[in-house]
Write a protein that binds this ligand. Structure first.
Ligand SMILES: [Mn+2]
Length: 423
């Protein structure tokens, strides 16, 4: 038994009287009240069937391992989750749905929007999807604190990247809207890996055209991103101007969290004021705390809305944690705060999400891409824990269907893509 140490003499203090003992009791809390204990017990109740299935599949795909390998679940060729450093990466090593008509078989679909033509300072976000997928291999699908195992409790696929058109913002927007509309129409929740923030307009447009219902947006950023044009085009400073022009995406349901610093243009503020969007600055968050901020954001985003979309600009986090981004700005969220907020927003259910502005060429040790991965898995984990994944499915009342490509029919058209060649 340990007696409390007297701080001055460093010797054990004599036993305290009953009243003092009572007041000290809180220093020895009931362990069973801790998340650590609860999660430890909860793990026993999570099934392992999908993991068994994956290992069975890995052996069938990758040959049995060498005779000297004692663990007979290890194949010769790396297949599936293990080892984390090996393999051809999709997001979280989820199955690659090369045939995009198959995404409807999964609860959620990751799709890349590799585009940085809307960038107004540092480029490089065209490599965002690759960077995020690469470091996502670090994760297991299980989260101890949430007591959630994504592999067992939901299904996820990676549809690869959208064919964007470098140097042409509008054609890229059309491609992105089409891709998002396709995924959303199948009922699978789209998770879009940007790309710069200009993609926020076409992603929301793609989703909005599949439903007559109203969509709210929770937008994490240091920047307001709501001016009409920047440098004469619809750059990454403009998505919410155009998104909130859509008939079923009202500006009053746009909640912008973490805004502040010296990079918010006055043009954007004027639009936010005219349209009466909801801006919660970083200092507002500091004053209110995470719980109240989340409560307020949810209330405003869901006010009269049928579903909520999450747009997460990685630069909302203090740039000391996310160097790999286009417009770094100090004074933003700590990672723990941002993740806490995302989890609370996602716990009420989201109909889709995007994570933008990750620029691997400016990243250090993959930390920015890692942060982006966390935002996604934390949102998914939170939705799974709250039983909200797929809740938006019943609201898709105008699903769209696009024809599959036909090589011969396309060849009859006027133009045909040539392979990229220098000179
Ligand atoms: Mn930003």
């Amino acid at each position: 038994m340990f007696l409390p140490l007297d701080r001055r003499t460093r010797r054990n203090r004599p036993p305290a009287d009953a009243a003092t003992r009572e007041s000290r009791r809180r220093h020895h809390p009931d362990l069973s009240k801790l998340r650590g204990w609860k999660s430890m017990q909860a793990e026993a109740g999570i099934p392992g069937d999908e993991w068994d299935k994956e290992r069975r599949w890995a052996l069938r795909m990758g040959l049995t391992g060498a005779d000297s390998i004692e663990d007979k679940s290890i194949p010769t060729f790396a297949r599936g989750e293990l080892p984390h450093y090996a393999g051809i990466n999709t997001f979280l090593k989820a199955p690659y749905t090369e045939d995009v008509t198959e995404v409807g078989n999964y609860d959620a679909t990751v799709l890349g929007a590799p585009f940085d033509g809307g960038t107004t300072y540092r480029p490089g976000t065209r490599f965002g999807p690759q960077g995020i997928r690469k470091i996502s291999a670090l994760y297991t699908p299980y989260n101890y604190e949430l007591a959630v195992d994504l592999r067992e409790q939901m299904s996820l696929c990676d549809a690869g990247d959208i064919f964007t058109i470098p140097g042409n913002i509008e054609k890229t927007f059309d491609q992105i809207s089409r891709a998002c509309a396709h995924v959303f129409s199948t009922g699978s929740m789209p998770i879009i890996l940007g790309g710069d923030h200009s993609i926020g307009f076409p992603t929301v447009r793609g989703i909005a055209e599949c439903t007559s219902k109203t969509i709210g947006i929770v937008h994490f950023d240091r920047h307001a991103d709501i001016q009409e044009k920047d440098l004469d085009e619809r750059m990454h400073t403009t998505p919410w101007f155009h998104a909130t022009n859509l008939p079923n995406v009202p500006a009053k349901n746009l909640v912008q969290v973490g805004i502040g610093g010296w990079q918010v243009p006055r043009e954007a503020v004027a639009v936010a004021r005219e349209r009466e969007t909801n801006i919660i600055t970083m200092s507002d968050v500091e004053k209110m705390g995470i719980d109240r901020t989340a409560e307020m954001a949810l209330e405003m985003a869901w006010d009269g809305a049928d579903m909520v979309y999450l747009s997460f600009d990685i630069d909302c986090i203090d740039c000391g944690f996310v160097p790999g981004t286009g417009w770094p700005e100090p004074g933003g969220f700590l990672p723990r705060e941002a993740l806490g907020l995302v989890s609370r927003i996602a716990a009420e259910g989201i109909c889709g999400m995007e994570i933008v502005e990750v620029s691997p060429p400016y990243d250090t040790s993959d930390i920015t891409a890692l942060m982006a991965t966390r935002v996604i898995v934390d949102a998914l984990g939170s939705m799974v824990a709250a039983g909200k994944l797929g809740a938006h499915g019943g609201l898709i009342d105008k699903p769209v269907e696009f024809p599959m490509g036909d090589y011969d029919a396309a060849r009859d058209g006027a133009r045909w893509t040539t392979s990229a060649r220098k000179g």
